[in-house]
Design a protein around this ligand. Sequence first.
Ligand SMILES: Nc1ncnc2c1ncn2[C@@H]1O[C@H](COP(=O)(O)OP(=O)(O)OP(=O)(O)O)[C@@H](O)[C@H]1O
Length: 228
Amino acid sequence: MSSEITCHDVSVVFPMGNKKNRRVLDKINVSFQAGKINIITGPVGAGKTTLLNILAGLSRPTSGEVIVNDEKVSRWTGPHRERWRRQAGIVFQHDHLLHDLTVLENVMLPLIPLGRSLATCRNQSMEALKQVGMLHHAGSLAKSLSGGERQKTTIARAIVNQPGFIFADEPFAHLDAESSKQMMNLLHHHACQNAVVIVAAHGLNLETLPENHLCYRLKNGVLNPLSS
Ligand SMILES: Nc1ncnc2c1ncn2[C@@H]1O[C@H](COP(=O)(O)OP(=O)(O)OP(=O)(O)O)[C@@H](O)[C@H]1O
């Protein structure tokens, strides 16, 4: 069965102190499927990160539901929520690497709670680093990396466990055109392996887009398809 993640009437309203509340997402209805790269564009502050965080189970919508393969993940708590998050590879907008660990150790982190042997975790992480072209930096401390290298490491960490769902927030912001294309191809490869891949990006570099992609634009709380 092909995986999918669906939003039903997802709204997010942030309280703004004594000012009027801010409605960032307004009854979003959309279904993201495996097989294609799903790209969410939109201006600064449109709510792309807010939407990705809700899809990834990092925060909850004010109203509405997120459904994954017929299950309401937006209402899950405790161990259910933890299990869901383990299926998700997340590329955060701000990389969240641990500065005093090596690149390899950072990439191994999501594997540790899964109870695999250290050798397996290491081999899997080295493979992910190879895929993003960072094998030569495996032993470097994260704090010594350039912005683009940090971003590639974050992508390696997100894909290391072959997740069924990948949520990537501005994953190319610090990359040059060549590296962006390579990383897009890598994410596309995972989409073709039955992962649901959702990428949020301000702008679109048409040259980096694989042929089968779906673009959406988020503006004024509303998500509209741009192309197919
Ligand atoms: N926890 C919060 N409390 C109040 N307002 C918030 C909160 N989180 C986000 N916002 C506001 O919601 C709006 C959308 O933020 P979000 O980070 O989702 O936008 P974005 O499209 O990802 O922006 P960018 O392209 O700059 O990364 C912004 O105006 C932001 O200030």
